[in-house]
Design a protein around this ligand. Structure first.
Ligand code: C6P
Length: 404
């Protein structure tokens, strides 16, 4: 196990106070804090390397291009993709999902074709498919879950028909923390001749995700949730599929040759990267991935599982506590309500105690409907959180409860 004390020193923001109290940051599913070396990588690149990539013959441009392409290789290794052709830089999970819905949609989905989602998808894995449905007449089907927050796999299998083309599933729910059995779901999808997209926004930061082991066709995630900067994310796609998919956006970088009569496109992955990429962000993301790799994804996972288990135990002792999501396979997220206290009030009062949690519908309104609530409070953990911070949360919740 890594040393929590020295790890916390890597994150300067964790040492600050809010409302004259030490910050307890438990909103990591929304975004994680950044280690010093990630911030320094951004500053250093702007101070000493900055130039546009893939265009200049000059020294700085080549150096910036090398950093950008080395970052792609770091991502490839991190998720064990077969080739860097399969690693596309995007602005984040949301853009990756919109890219797939638009481009895969154009290549593979026609009126009456079916896409399977789950009841616990984030809005960014629902709305792009609805936009596509409005354009093309695809059919969206939804995998239900049980009261523990586990997907009903028998119902999942029953949803398949000869028209099923694609399954889209969150690897880890951002609300329930459930780790979905995506490897098994991929086997089922492939047995029915369908593809599978895994939304790794909440899994990639927490444990080793290997696209070849999962045998998924697409994996999407955001840099800012895995200790990297905002504005950069990744789409992994199986090369044979990406080859058949049309470009998502047009512009510089993604072309081989342009004339007013006819344009041909660059090879993968550049075909999907129109315009100047966030080359500073890609490098800083690679620094973040190196950072977690150095700590060890298995150690991070073990530590966060311990925190999750401890939080579940301690929070359940609070009277009138209702926890949403009690699956055995659960990771780093605990969503809850206490009695009739509005989650917004709970979050606001905890904030006054220096404790940052998220409240509301967590961009998962269909899941809120399934759970019969308008909103929830949510604590979510990262590699730098401590049991003492969970004690502070529990004490804080109990204090708010007594006030009401
Ligand atoms: N969830 C949360 O607080 P972006 O915003 O593109 O980086 O990620 C979107 C997204 C997609 N899928 C899942 C499972 C997610 O959790 C998120 C982001 C944040 O839960 C912000 S709403």
């Amino acid at each position: 196990m890594y040393s929590l004390t020295s790890v916390r020193e890597d994150f300067p923001i964790l040492g600050r106070e809010v409302y004259k109290r030490p910050l307890v940051y438990l909103d990591n599913a929304a975004t994680t804090q950044k280690p010093r070396e990630v911030v320094e990588a951004i500053t250093n690149e702007y101070y000493s390397v900055n130039a546009n990539v893939h265009r200049g013959v000059h020294y700085l441009s080549q150096q910036a291009t090398d950093l950008h392409e080395e970052a792609r290789e770091t991502v490839r290794q991190f998720i064990n993709a077969r080739s860097t052709a399969e690693v596309i830089f995007t602005r984040g999970t949301t853009e990756s999902l919109n890219l797939v819905a638009t481009s895969y949609g154009q290549a593979f989905l026609h009126e009456g074709d079916e896409v399977i989602l789950t009841v616990m998808e984030h809005h960014s894995d629902i709305v792009p498919w609805q936009l596509l449905r409005d354009r093309t007449g695809i059919v969206i089907k939804v995998v239900p879950m049980n009261d523990e927050g586990c997907l009903d796999l028998e119902a999942y299998e029953r949803l398949f028909t000869p028209r099923t083309r694609l399954v889209c599933v969150a690897h880890v729910s951002n609300v329930l923390g459930t780790i979905n059995p995506v490897k098994r779901m991929a086997e089922v999808a492939h047995a029915h001749g369908a593809h599978i997209l895994v939304d790794g926004a909440q899994s990639v930061p927490h444990f080793k995700v290997d696209v070849q082991d999962l045998d998924c066709d697409f994996l999407v995630f955001s840099g800012h949730k895995v200790y990297g900067p905002t504005g950069i994310g990744v789409l992994y796609g199986r090369e044979s599929l990406l080859e058949q998919m049309p470009p998502y956006q047009g512009g510089g970088e993604m072309i081989a040759r342009v004339s007013f009569e006819r344009t041909t496109y660059e090879r993968l992955p550049f075909k999907f990267e129109a315009g100047t990429p966030d080359y500073v962000g890609s490098h800083a993301l690679a620094v973040a991935l190196d950072y977690v790799t150095r700590l060890g994804m298995d150690q991070i996972h073990a530590h966060e599982r311990d925190l999750t288990r401890y939080a579940m135990e301690q929070m359940q002792l609070i009277p009138e506590m209702h926890i949403f999501g009690t699956a055995t396979e659960k990771d780093a997220v605990v969503s809850f309500n206490v009695g009739n206290i509005h989650p917004l009030d709970l979050g606001t009062l905890l904030d006054r105690l220096g404790i940052a949690i998220r409240t509301g519908h967590h961009c998962a309104q269909p899941l809120m409907q399934r759970c019969g609530v308008e909103g929830m409070a949510r604590a979510s953990f990262a590699l730098y959180n401590t049991r003492e911070e969970i004690d502070a949360l529990v004490k804080g919740i109990d204090r708010v409860r007594k006030m009401f």
